[in-house]
Design a protein around this ligand. Structure first.
Ligand SMILES: [Ca+2]
Ligand SMILES: [Ca+2]
Length: 125
């Protein structure tokens, strides 16, 4: 069964959003505010816990309001691809928790779908 639930950016504030977060992956866990979640983010959160780095908007990987070891655990799960959920900031500046099992289901579904007819028409022009 294919659900039609897709995390789609709203067009409206897309410009100001991409201005504000130009090169930043807006996923909680991206503690150092670059464009990827990797070991550097683990180190960065450790730095915040140790008091050597500034807290950042996306350092609270599990979004429970505090930055601690559980955020490092969540980031390590993300790196390993084993996270149960992701907390992201969407294009409307809303914080959204995405349960990944749904996404996996969707990507399997969409992989089986034919391209939309409108797209095919456009390609013929
Ligand atoms: Ca990062
Ligand atoms: Ca946390």
């Amino acid at each position: 069964m294919c659900l039609s639930l897709v995390v789609m950016p709203a067009v409206a504030d897309g410009d100001s959003f991409s201005e504000a977060y130009k090169d930043t992956l807006t996923v909680y866990g991206n503690a150092n505010l670059d464009d990827i979640i990797d070991e550097d983010d683990v180190e960065y959160v450790q730095g915040i816990i140790d008091g050597t780095e500034e807290e950042t908007q996306f350092a609270d990987a599990d979004y429970d309001g505090q930055i601690d070891e559980s955020d490092i655990a969540q980031i390590e799960l993300i790196i390993a691809g084993e996270e149960d959920y992701l907390v992201i900031l969407d294009m409307d500046n809303r914080t959204v928790t995405v349960v990944l099992q749904i996404i996996f289901g969707l990507s399997i579904c969409s992989g089986l779908q034919e391209p939309p007819r409108e797209m095919m028409n456009e390609q013929r022009i």
